[in-house]
Each structure stands twice: as structure tokens, then as C-alpha cells.
Design a binder for this molecule. Structure first.
Ligand code: NAD
Length: 281
């Protein structure tokens, strides 16, 4: 079984991006810039943002974090986004989710110009991705996609089963696999025979949020299994896949932690660079 090492893959990707940033600097005499807006003092969000800033600096991006207290009003945030939209030194804008209840998430997402939407959440990017056009792609499914391609460069005709249909993970993952000519089944909480569907998959991507939901007898021999889940349990952080037993059946499997997670931030940096390059065209 191939243990898909997300830490190693992310380090390699950061290395490539660092090189690309230095080339862009030489060519344009400036570097891509990422601005993250962090609202409130939720610890996980603070940790994510700190890691994003650290990784951005590591590859040579210009990075900035704008912090607001929980009590900030929606207008202030929208005005700041409008200012960042106009700022040519900012290539990518990310508003760390979740937001306090009094701030309308969709309004905030749609306030970011699609060309700086490094999360790929703006409806324009969602539409472009599903139409097969150039777009920012949400970072976690993009990371999964890159890991799958490392194992199996030619995905044409493969059967893929995506578990979960969130805008963040399941739906964009489906689009990426479709683009690669996979036959994709998207499953969710109302799917009647999840095990039966999974058994057909050459590729399984689990993005559910239920600890160790996917068992060994759900997996076709030699399937590639990507575990997006991050679940806190008594025994620590586990994924949506029962790692030990599935590792005996799968051809390749991502661990949790150390699989998809590290790729997510690396893909945010990749998206920032892509936004910069598109803005220079
Ligand atoms: P979500 O809650 O928005 O969506 C979960 C999806 O799972 C829904 O579409 C739902 O229909 C489906 N689902 C729920 N119960 C099901 C069941 N019994 N059978 C089949 N499908 C079922 O979650 P999300 O934001 O997509 O996140 C999913 C998981 O991925 C979470 O554990 C989250 O922490 C993790 N996550 C990881 C990363 C990362 O970088 N690795 C990033 C984002 C999210």
C-alpha cells in the first residue's frame, strides 16, 4: 500500500512555488501578495491563519493579516474588501471562515472580486470551474486532486466516488474529477447504499466529518482512497476512513493527519500565484 505523504507533497509544491515566485519577481519586479482577514478570536481560525502566513512568507509571497474583533460590523469588512480589491499589490484575498453570525458569509464571499478569490468560493469561480473554464479552485479539493494525480496521472475512464457534497469539498472535487474524464458518483447523507456505491470506486474521496465511516469492506481492492475528514475523538484526530483496516485493501491512502491537510495551505499559495499571473496577462 502506498502511504500518500501529504507533508512531503506539500513541501515539494512549496519548493516549486518558491522558485516560481522568484522568477515572477525577476520578470515583474514584484511578488504576489496574499491578504487574510481574520475576524474574532476562535483558536482554530487563529492557528490556520498563522500557518497560512508562515507558509506564504516561506515561499516569498507578500503576506498580510488584517484582524478584527468579533464585534466588527459587516460594513467595515465589506469596505476593507473593496479597498483590497482596488489595491494592485494584493493578488489574493481570503476571509477566514467561520464568520460571526451577524456577518453575512455569502455577501462577504461575493464582495471579493473573482480574480482575487483565492478560496474559489465566489459564484463566478464556482461557475467557471463547473463549465471547465479557468478559475480559482477551492484549496482542499485542489490538494486532493494533486495527490491523486501523483498516484495515477491518467484518470480517464476511472470510476470515482465522492462522499459529501459541500461547496467547500465534495462539489468542487467532483468537478475536478469530471474534468479528468472520470465517471463520478457524488454521495451524501441521503444516499441509500453508500457501501455499495463506494465498492464501485477506483477512487474514493471522503469529505464527510464522521470518524472512520469508510470501512475496509466498502473499498474495491487497489482503490485510491483520499481522506479529507478531520475529526476530534478520544483517541485523537482521525479521518473519515478507518485507516488501519482500509490500508490493507487500498492501493494508496492518505493518513490523517499528514495527508490532505498540509496540501490545503500549499494550494492556497498556488492559487495566490495563479491569481497574480492572471492579473498580469
Ligand atoms: P460539511 O458538513 O459541509 O459536509 C459534509 C457532507 O457529508 C455533506 O454533504 C453531507 O451530505 C455528507 N454526509 C453527512 N453524513 C453522511 C453520511 N452518513 N453518509 C454520506 N454522506 C454524509 O463538511 P465539509 O466542510 O465538507 O468537511 C468535511 C470534513 O472535511 C470535515 O471533517 C472537515 O473537518 C474536513 N475538512 C478538512 C480539510 C482539510 O484541509 N483536510 C478542509 C476542510 C474540511
Amino acid at each position: 500500500m502506498i502511504l500518500i505523504d501529504g507533508k512531503k507533497a506539500a513541501a515539494e509544491l512549496r519548493g516549486e512555488l518558491k522558485l516560481e515566485v522568484s522568477e515572477l519577481k525577476e520578470k515583474f519586479n514584484k511578488v504576489p501578495g496574499l491578504t487574510v482577514i481574520l475576524i474574532g478570536d476562535l483558536t482554530p481560525s487563529q492557528i490556520y491563519v498563522r500557518n497560512k502566513e508562515k507558509s506564504a512568507n516561506e515561499v516569498g509571497l507578500k503576506s498580510e493579516v488584517i484582524k478584527y474583533p468579533d464585534s466588527v460590523d459587516e460594513k467595515t469588512v465589506l469596505e476593507k474588501i473593496a479597498e483590497l480589491n482596488r489595491d494592485s499589490s494584493v493578488s489574493g484575498i481570503l476571509v477566514q471562515l467561520p464568520l460571526p453570525k451577524h456577518i453575512d458569509k455569502q455577501k462577504v464571499i461575493e464582495a471579493i472580486v473573482p480574480g482575487k478569490d483565492v478560496d474559489g468560493f465566489h459564484p463566478m469561480n464556482v461557475g467557471n470551474l463547473s463549465s471547465g473554464y479557468e478559475s480559482s479552485v477551492p484549496c482542499t479539493p485542489l490538494g486532493c486532486y494533486l495527490l491523486i494525480k501523483k498516484i495515477e496521472p491518467n484518470l480517464s475512464g476511472k470510476k470515482a466516488v465522492v462522499i459529501g457534497r459541500s461547496n467547500l469539498n465534495g462539489k468542487p472535487m467532483t468537478q475536478l474529477l469530471l474534468k479528468e474524464n472520470c465517471t463520478v458518483t457524488i454521495t451524501h447523507s441521503k444516499t441509500k447504499d453508500l457501501k455499495g456505491e463506494c465498492l464501485k470506486g477506483d477512487i474514493i474521496v471522503a469529505a464527510v466529518g464522521i470518524p472512520e465511516l469508510v470501512k475496509a469492506d466498502w473499498i474495491k481492492k487497489d482503490a485510491i482512497v483520499i481522506d479529507v475528514g478531520i475529526n476530534k475523538t478520544e483517541k485523537g484526530i482521525v479521518g473519515d476512513v478507518a485507516f488501519e483496516e482500509v490500508s490493507k485493501v487500498a492501493k494508496a491512502l492518505t493518513p490523517v493527519p499528514g495527508g490532505v491537510g498540509p496540501m490545503t495551505i500549499a494550494c492556497l499559495l498556488k492559487n495566490t500565484i495563479e491569481c497574480f499571473k492572471r492579473s498580469q496577462k
